[in-house]
Design a protein around this ligand. Structure first.
Ligand code: 13P
Length: 273
């Protein structure tokens, strides 16, 4: 009997990090709409501008099918949390997906696992898509801890979250040593971790539910290496940093993801609010 191919649309996110200015953000968003909007039927596309440009960028991409994402969130309700942004504020400006536990927040801002877990819960409770980012450092890989670190980050992030909330989940495997360094994981090494993450989900929930969760790769993805990475069976697109700041390279990466699409589902992985 032929094995059933899971239906997963590729997901491509452009994480702009702390880059652009107001004018540049609007211009980049407009170029991305021009180059990428027609690819939305094959691929879920989201861009993650800095908080202060969310509203402007949201206006530019409105109606294009490209989703507006936030790079972070605070898990509390509105109130006395100086400097923080709540899920309701994000929804108010049209955000539909949120990065949680990005490696720069884990390692530069020392964000603990417990806070990452609370953020993911808040994102799901608000009905938003959560992109849980996991990944090992160079030292952890060197000391043979790659599997443990990635498994633990996934398990701790998702602890106690029920199966019905797997639907708005996207996982991004981003090895820390590959981010912004030009060193990309080989397609085989990345696939091994993606497979591990999917089997971890299958053990915690069930195989069918795990097969539906998109797992993106991130870390020096560019126009040249995207196709080989995305052709792996458990790599469902990419979370792109540097190469998402140019519409031509981002568009090439989206094309590579669309081509890797094994079966197209009519449902979007990134949801609009
Ligand atoms: P680079 O693509 O610049 O390596 O960044 C990856 C990343 O951190 C995306 O979230």
């Amino acid at each position: 009997m032929a094995s059933h191919t899971p239906v997963r649309r590729p997901v491509v996110g452009g994480n702009w990090k702390m880059n652009t200015d107001g004018r540049g953000a609007v211009a980049l968003a407009a170029e991305i709409v021009d180059r990428c909007a027609q690819k939305c039927p094959q691929t879920d596309i989201a861009i993650f501008p800095p908080f202060c440009y969310l509203e402007q960028v949201g206006q530019v991409i409105q109606g294009s099918g490209i989703k507006l994402g936030a790079q972070d969130v605070y898990p509390g309700e509105n109130g006395a949390f100086t400097g923080e942004i709540s899920t309701s504020m994000l929804k108010d400006v049209g955000v539909s997906c949120v990065l949680v536990g990005h490696s720069e927040r884990r390692h530069i801002l020392n964000e603990p696992e417990e806070l990452i877990h609370e953020k993911l819960i808040a994102v799901f409770e608000a009905g938003l898509q959560g992109v849980l980012c996991v990944g090992e450092t160079a030292d952890q890989r060197q000391y043979g801890q790659t599997e443990t670190i990635n498994r633990d980050q996934l398990v701790l992030g998702m602890a106690g979250i029920p199966q019905q909330q797997l639907e708005p989940l996207v996982i991004a495997y981003e090895p820390v040593w590959a981010i912004g360094t030009g060193k990309t994981a080989t397609p085989d090494d990345a696939q091994a971790v993606h497979e591990l993450l999917r089997s971890t989900l299958a053990s915690a929930y069930d195989k069918e539910a795990a097969a539906k969760v998109p797992i993106q790769y991130g870390g020096s993805v560019n126009s040249e290496n995207a196709a080989a990475l995305f052709s792996q069976p458990d790599i469902d697109g990419g979370l792109v940093g540097g190469a998402s700041l140019r519409s031509d390279s981002f568009s090439n990466i989206v094309d590579a993801a669309a081509l890797s699409c094994r079966e197209t589902s009519s449902e979007s992985s990134f949801q609009t609010p």
